[in-house]
Design a protein around this ligand. Sequence first.
Ligand code: FES
Ligand code: FES
Length: 166
Amino acid sequence: MAKTHVTMKVNGAEVEGLVEPRTLLVHFIRDNLSLTGTHIGCDTSHCGACTVDLDGKSVKSCTVFAVQANGADIRTIEGMAAPDGTLHALQEGFREMHGLQCGFCTPGMILRAHRLLQENPSPSEEEIRMGISGNFCRCTGYQNIVKAIQYAAAKINGVEFREAAE
Ligand code: FES
Ligand code: FES
C-alpha cells in the first residue's frame, strides 16, 4: 500500500515517518517512534489508555489516523517529566496518592488530567470525575486517582493539598 510521509512534533521534538492511510496515530507513536507509554486497552475507543494531547486537546490516539495528525503538536507520557527527570506534578500526585495499581491506565489518565487542569486549574471533585469519565481504570476504584489530580492541582496552584474527609 502506498505510504504517506508525515511530520509532527512529539514531546517537543520534530519527528517524521512513512505511514499507510490506515495507520492509527497510536500505532505510529508506539511502533514508529517506540514511545510505548501510550497504551492500547481496547478496540472500541472506550478505554482511554491511548489518550495523548494533540494541539491542546485530549484525544484517544486510536481514533485518529496518523495522516490526520500530520503537522500536529503532540504530547505523550514520555514528555511529562522535566528534562532532568523531575516528575510532573501529576506524576508526583499519582505516586504520592497511590493513584495506580497495575498502571496500565495511568499514562492516559495523566495526559487527560493534564488537559483537564489546563482548562480548569481548580476543578471540583465532580468536575474531575466528569473530566476523566472517558478513561477507564480496572484496578483503583478511581478514588485515589481523583486525589492524585487534586494533589497535582494544589501543587500547580501553589496551595497546600488537604485531603477531603471521607
Ligand atoms: S485503546 Fe481504548 S480508547 Fe484507545
Ligand atoms: S491502575 Fe490498573 S487499570 Fe488503572
